[in-house]
Structures are given as C-alpha cells and as structure tokens.
Design a protein around this ligand. Structure first.
Ligand SMILES: Cc1cc2nc3c(=O)[nH]c(=O)nc-3n(C[C@H](O)[C@H](O)[C@H](O)COP(=O)(O)O)c2cc1C
Length: 171
C-alpha cells in the first residue's frame, strides 16, 4: 500500500508538518501547486491544509479531485491558530462536501502567525479582526501573532499511518 502527503499552505507551517510526517513515514510529499503532483498514483492520501479565514485552503484542490479522493483512505490535518474545538471542526466540515469529510480522519495541528511575513493588507485585516473577535486569547493572537507549531503533535497522524499499513498487511 503506497501513500503520499499533499499539502496546501502559504507561510511554511503546513509544509513543515508535511515534511516532518514525510521524514517519519518515508512517504513522498507534494505541494498541491506542483504540476507533477498526481494523487491518482497512491492508495492512500494524507492531506495537509492551513485554515485561512475560517476555511481550509486545500478546499478547491479537494473539489477538483473529488473522484480521486472518493475511493481512497484519507487523513486530513488542519493547521490553524484555533486549537481543536467544535468551532474548528465546523470550519473544516463546511470547507468540504459532507460525504467527503465523513470519510476522513481529521487531526488538528497548531499553526504559526508571524506578522513580519504577511503583507500590510493582511496585517490590517488581522488587526480589524482582532477588534471584533469576542475571544480575548484569539484576539490577542490575531493582533500580535503566535507560534503553536509542535513536532510531537504529528504523533496521532503517524499512528493512523501505522494502522493503515497494518490493515494492508493483515488484508
Ligand atoms: C490571512 C490569515 C487568515 C487566517 N485565518 C484564520 C482563521 O480563520 N482561523 C484560524 O484558526 N487561524 C487563521 N489563521 C492562522 C493560520 O491558520 C496559521 O497562521 C497557519 O499556521 C498558516 O499556515 P501556513 O504557515 O502553512 O500558511 C489565519 C492566518 C492568516 C495569515
């Protein structure tokens, strides 16, 4: 059984997790923007996506690859400022067709926001967002940035990969 990691991110944290998972599992890793990235070549897929404005950034790619995704085992990891919560689950679920989301194992990972890496328009939108965010912790993070990236948090994904590989050995 062969698998691969496909990720969508802009500022490096989703890519960092994808590379850590690749190092730990030996699976190849592709940026979805890579024209040579072909998910049809693999039996199972690990999809990694940042959350931007309450949506998965991989959603359009997922929509364009529905028939490939349908018949394969899938693990999804999201990377965001918000920690695991009902709110985050709702954002992820709403980014994908419900049948597709129900077929996925979802693991929520902590992201990073460094204001020196985003352009002024995004900084401004984050600052305005922080003014109206009712959650004081999230509001502060939106305004000043945060770093929740943690290598150890990929362990549940490695465990899911072990289960997939093991079920193949048994099957
Ligand atoms: C423009 C922008 C919008 C964001 N919107 C959200 C959001 O709605 N919810 C959230 O939890 N995190 C949000 N974040 C935080 C990102 O999910 C976090 O920075 C993530 O690590 C980005 O992944 P990347 O480094 O792979 O691009 C936002 C970040 C940016 C720059």
């Amino acid at each position: 059984m062969n698998g691969a990691i496909f990720f969508s991110g802009r500022y490096g944290s989703t890519e960092q997790y994808a590379n850590w998972i690749s190092e730990a599992t030996g699976l190849p890793v592709f940026d979805i923007k890579d024209p040579n990235a072909d998910p049809t070549e693999y039996d199972y897929l690990i999809l990694g996506s940042s959350i931007i404005y309450m949506k998965l950034s991989i959603r359009k790619w997922a929509q364009a690859n529905l028939s490939t995704l349908k018949d394969r085992s899938k693990i999804l990891f999201s990377v965001s400022g918000a920690g695991p919560s009902d709110k985050l689950d709702r954002w992820v679920a709403k980014s994908l067709p419900s049948w597709l989301f129900s077929q996925m194992e979802h693991v929520a990972l902590g992201g990073r926001l460094d204001h020196t890496k985003v352009n002024w328009l995004i900084r401004l939108s984050l600052w305005i967002g922080s003014l109206i965010n009712p959650d004081p912790v999230a509001s502060k993070e939106e305004r000043y940035g945060f770093d929740h990236v943690d290598k150890d948090s990929i362990e549940p994904i490695l465990e899911l990969v072990r289960q997939l590989e093991h079920s193949e050995v048994l099957g």
